[in-house]
Design a protein around this ligand. Structure first.
Ligand code: ADP
Ligand code: MG
Length: 481
C-alpha cells in the first residue's frame, strides 16, 4: 500500500475529562509527512492533551486519529511509530548517558553492537559525541535536553512529538536549541509535532502553526499567514504586538476606527462592524497635520532595535514601533498605509444565557431573583391576587414550560473584585483579555461553566476572580415558544 501524503490526521477529536471538563473540542488537523507542525497557545489551552492523544497516552472521547490513513485510536503507545520529548527531561539519574539512550533498545532485545552504533549516531546528531560514559548529573540543562532528544530519536520514530522541550532552558540556550532542532528536523526528514506557548519560537521554527485557545483551533496556517492574516482578534493579539480596534466600514475599501478614517485593502461591505488590526511597525509618526489621526506621546521605551512609542489619541491608545525616538508630550500625527491594516469582520460578542421562572413566579438566574417584570415578557399575562402568573386565557402558567433567554452586551456588564457582593449575578475568573485601544475585552469563565464576555476600560489580571453585575435595564429578554 502506498503511503498517503498525510502521515497523521485528527478528525473531530474531543477530550472530555472525567470531571466533565472539555480540554479539547472538535480538533481537526492534517499533518503532512516530514512537516514541522507547531501547536501554539496559552497555558491550559489543550496542547499537551492533544499531543498525549497522538502519542496514545490518552484516548479521545470522540473522533479518530489516522496514521497513514489507518485508524490508530485504540493502538497502545508502544505500537505507534511515535516518540515524545517532554519539557522535564526525565532522564534516569543513576544511569550514564549511554545507558539512558540505550534503555529502550535493550528492552527491545537489540544486539549490543547495533545498540552501540545507534547510540553513537544519535549522540553525534545532538552534538554530544563522546559523552557515552558521562553521568547525567554532570550535564547542563541544555545538554540533558539533548540527551532526552537523542533517547527519543534512537528509536527512529516516524513522528517526533516535542512538548515545550525548551521551556526549562534560559533564553540564550533556547535560541541555540531552536536552530539545532530545526536543522535536525531538516536533516532527518521525520515529522515533528512541536508544542509551545512562545509565539516567536513557533514563528521561527514551523512549517505550519495551529493556534489554539480554550481547547479549540483558532487558525491553522504558515507563520506568514498567521502573522499577516490573523483570522480573529485572539490570533492577532496572541501573535506579535498589535493594535486592535473596533470599527465600521464607511465606504468601499474605507474603514473608520481609532477616531480616524483609513483606506484599506480588504474588501468588506459598507456598514459592516469590524475589528481592525494594525501592527506597531506599520504605523509611521508624522507631523500632526499629516497623519490620519493625531495624539500626544505618553511613553517612549528603547527596545534595542527600535523605540516603542505610546500615543494617546482621543479615547484610544496607539502603540508604535519606530527607529526614530520621540519625547513624552510630543504632539504627533500617525499614518498607516492601506496594506498595514488588516480588517476582520467583528465577532458578535453579545452574551446570551437562559433564565428560569422560579416557583415564586419570578425570573431567576443563578439562584438570584431578577428585578424584571415577567408580565411584560410574556405577552397577555397578568398576576392574580397570590402574585401567580396567569396566561392570556387566565390559566396558571407552568414555570417548567417557560423558556426565556437573556442577552447582554459586553459593555453593559460591570466587574467587581467583591464576588460575594449581593448585586453580583455570577462570579468567575478572567481567562482571556485583549486590549482594544480604548478598552479591554475580557473572557470570564463563570462558576456556571458558561463564559461571559465583558468590556471594561480598566486593566484586570488573568486569573482574577471577579463578580459580574448586570443592571436590569441592560438585560433584554426573549420568550422562546
Ligand atoms: P496545555 O498543555 O495547553 O497547557 P493541557 O492540555 O495540559 O494544556 O490542559 C488543558 C486543560 O485540561 C487544562 O485546563 C487542564 O487543567 C485540564 N486538564 C488536564 N488534564 C486533566 C485531567 N486529567 N482532568 C481534568 N482536567 C484536566
Ligand atoms: Mg502543556
Amino acid at each position: 500500500m502506498g503511503k498517503s501524503e498525510n502521515i497523521i490526521e485528527l478528525k473531530h477529536i474531543s477530550r472530555v475529562f472525567e470531571d466533565g471538563f472539555t480540554a479539547v473540542q472538535d480538533f481537526n488537523l492534517e499533518v503532512k509527512r516530514g512537516e514541522f507542525v507547531t501547536f501554539l497557545g496559552p497555558s491550559g489551552c489543550g496542547k499537551t492533551t492533544t499531543l498525549r492523544m497522538i502519542a496514545g497516552f490518552d484516548l479521545p472521547t470522540e473522533g479518530d486519529i489516522l496514521l497513514d490513513g489507518r485508524d490508530i485510536s485504540q493502538l497502545p503507545p508502544n505500537m505507534r511509530p511515535i516518540n515524545t520529548v517532554f519539557q522535564r527531561y526525565a532522564l534516569f539519574p543513576h544511569m550514564n548517558i549511554f545507558e539512558n539512550i540505550a534503555f529502550g533498545l535493550k528492552m527491545k532485545k537489540m544486539g549490543r553492537e547495533e545498540i552501540r552504533r545507534k547510540v553513537k549516531k544519535v549522540l553525534e546528531l545532538v552534538d554530544l559525541e563522546g559523552f557515552e560514559n558521562r553521568s547525567v548529573s554532570t550535564l547542563s540543562g541544555g545538554q540533558q535536553q539533548r540527551v532526552a532528544i537523542a533517547r527519543a530519536l534512537v528509536n527512529e520514530p516516524e513522528i517526533l512529538l516535542l512538548d515545550e522541550p525548551l521551556g526549562a532552558l534560559d533564553l540564550k540556550m533556547r535560541k541555540e536549541m531552536q536552530i539545532e532542532l530545526k536543522a535536525m528536523h531538516d536533516e532527518l526528514g521525520i515529522t515533528f509535532i512541536y508544542v509551545t506557548h512562545d509565539q516567536e519560537e513557533a514563528l521561527t521554527m514551523s512549517d505550519k502553526i495551529v493556534v489554539m485557545s480554550e481547547g479549540r483551533i483558532q487558525q491553522i496556517g504558515t507563520p506568514e499567514d498567521i502573522y499577516n492574516e490573523p483570522q480573529n482578534a485572539f490570533v492577532a493579539d496572541f501573535i506579535g504586538e498589535s493594535n486592535i480596534f473596533n470599527g465600521i466600514m464607511t465606504g468601499p475599501l474605507t474603514a473608520r476606527f481609532a477616531g480616524g478614517t483609513f483606506v484599506c485593502v480588504d474588501d468588506v461591505p459598507e456598514g459592516t462592524q469590524i475589528t481592525a488590526v494594525v501592527r506597531p511597525e506599520d504605523i509611521t509618526v508624522t507631523a500632526p497635520s499629516e497623519g490620519q489621526i493625531r495624539g500626544e506621546v505618553t511613553s517612549v521605551i528603547f527596545k534595542g532595535i527600535h523605540y516603542e512609542i505610546t500615543v494617546q489619541s482621543g479615547r484610544y491608545e496607539v502603540v508604535i514601533q519606530s527607529t526614530k525616538a520621540a519625547k513624552v508630550g510630543d504632539k504627533v500625527g500617525m499614518k498607516v498605509e492601506p496594506d498595514g491594516i488588516h480588517i476582520m469582520q467583528a465577532e458578535d460578542h453579545t452574551n446570551v444565557f437562559a433564565v428560569d421562572m422560579n416557583r415564586n413566579h419570578r425570573l431567576e438566574f443563578n439562584g438570584k431573583e431578577l428585578h424584571t417584570s415577567l408580565t411584560q415578557i410574556i405577552k397577555g399575562s397578568r398576576r392574580n391576587e397570590n402574585k401567580e402568573l396567569l396566561d392570556e386565557n387566565g390559566e396558571l402558567i407552568d414555570p417548567e414550560k417557560i423558556h426565556i433567554t437573556c442577552t447582554v452586551e459586553p459593555q453593559n456588564i460591570q466587574m467587581t473584585d467583591d464576588a460575594d457582593d449581593e448585586k453580583v449575578l455570577v462570579a468567575g475568573s478572567i481567562s482571556n483579555l485583549i486590549y482594544k485601544g480604548d478598552h479591554y475585552s475580557y473572557v470570564i469563565n463563570t462558576d456556571l461553566g458558561q463564559d461571559f464576555i465583558v468590556d471594561d476600560e480598566y486593566l484586570w489580571n488573568m486569573g482574577d476572580r471577579v463578580g459580574l453585575i448586570i443592571l436590569p435595564e441592560n438585560m433584554k429578554f426573549t420568550l422562546k415558544k
